[in-house]
Write a protein that binds this ligand. Structure first.
Ligand code: PLP
Length: 383
């Protein structure tokens, strides 16, 4: 091979490793539609220049940055490789194989994998027909569980339980059952509808709140998440930080993101506006979509498999085994592509899902004990 050919081959290998930052068809993982902010990119370029150096032994600076930004003491914060890394760490540290974990169904598929890796028995509680949690059934199932997970907003439906309902739910869960409140998409929720997490972790020592820089902050590729909890649980997570496990790029990217908060807020407002536009247009076209408060919309299957319809469209959306789909809110161009697919499908045969009423209520069999999470769901994807 000539050296030019070798260079070409090396370049094409690099292109295969690095996904394009902007891709209006990549709507399956709820990533940010835009590359990191200019200030964040500049900070990361500086980091690359010193990549020969190890990061901090433990991510103390990053912990301090998060604590300062949120106004919480550092001992209530732990850092991890994404919310995923922290969720797994929590399950492995706080539960023993065979313990029960209560999960809504459907839920972010990661939890099925984390439960399986930690050897936990998943107890599934179906969502209602509007995509909301059955909090009473979850609290009931939590009575003899080690962990119960509540995603707010929920993934894949985007729905949001009220603050009062969440607090009531937590107060009904035994104090020795850990409530994992997953707020991966909280930045897309109207401020007035957010839980006061300071108060929450002050009041409930069994609550762990998980957040991520993967979604609104647009840093999914860096793998940064954090947990907020009362000191005892936060300390448990912090005590298991992998030495040198969080690279310095994470710390500089978070620092630069916090410094550019106003720009980030604009991006978030843009996605929220696009979500409203896409949801309204889907409903106007006659498709039922749940009331999403995240950076995605969800089309429940009803009479027709949206998965099959989108499979043929060239758009990458997240498919579910029952034919429903979750679609990331991206640019107006992406919304137009999604709408074209949906409108074409709905102008087809009469069994198409139509109208503003939700699909038929799923059977409410009550909590289901499932020994292995893998028995109900395919291998999780990353979104
Ligand atoms: C509800 C929920 N929690 C956690 C995660 C994982 O986030 P991270 O990228 O920080 O691991 C996701 C990612 O899609 C998610 O949807």
């Amino acid at each position: 091979m000539t050296s030019a050919a070798q260079q070409d081959s090396a370049n094409s290998r690099l292109r295969a490793i690095l996904p394009p930052a902007v891709d209006p068809c990549a709507l399956s993982l709820n990533e940010s539609a835009l590359p990191p902010l200019p200030a964040v990119r500049a900070a990361l370029a500086d980091f690359i220049g010193a990549a020969n150096r190890y990061p901090e032994f433990l991510p103390t600076r990053l912990r301090g940055l998060v604590a300062e930004h949120l106004g919480v003491p550092q001992e209530k914060v732990a850092i991890g490789p994404g919310a995923s890394g922290l969720a797994l760490r929590l399950l492995q540290a706080a539960a023993v194989p065979g313990d029960r974990i209560v999960l809504s169904m459907p839920i972010f598929e990661g939890y099925l994998a984390f439960a399986r890796m930690a050897g936990l028995a998943a107890v599934h509680v179906p969502l209602d027909s509007y995509g909301h949690h059955d909090l009473a059934a979850m609290a009931h199932a939590a009575q003899d569980a080690r962990v119960v997970v509540l995603c707010r907003p929920n993934n894949p439906t985007g729905t949001l339980e009220s603050v009062g309902d969440v607090e009531r739910f937590i107060s009904e869960v035994p104090t020795d059952t850990i409530v994992l409140l997953d707020e991966a998409y909280i930045e897309f929720v109207a401020t007035a509808r957010r839980v006061d997490v300071h108060r929450l972790i002050e009041r409930f020592s069994n609550v762990v709140v998980l957040r991520t820089f993967s979604k609104a902050y647009g840093l999914a590729g860096l793998r940064i998440g954090y947990a907020l909890a009362a000191p005892e649980l936060a300390e448990l997570l912090w005590s298991l930080q992998l030495p040198f496990g969080i690279n310095a790029g994470c710390t500089v990217a978070v620092a630069a993101s916090y410094a550019a908060h106003a720009q980030l807020e604009q991006r978030i407002a843009h996605i929220v506006a696009e979500r409203s536009y896409l949801s309204a247009r889907l409903r106007a076209a006659g498709a039922y979509t749940t009331d999403s408060h995240a950076n995605f919309v969800y089309l429940p299957a009803a009479g027709r498999s949206w998965s099959e319809i989108f499979d043929a469209s060239g758009l990458q959306v997240r498919n579910y085994p029952d034919g429903s789909v979750r679609i990331t809110v991206d640019s107006r161009g992406s919304s137009q592509r999604v709408l074209a697919v949906v409108e074409r499908a709905l102008s087809g045969p009469a069994d198409a899902p139509r109208g503003q009423t939700p699909p038929a209520a799923p059977d409410r069999p009550g909590p289901q004990h499932v020994g292995s999470a893998a028995t109900r769901w395919p291998a999780p994807d990353r979104g």
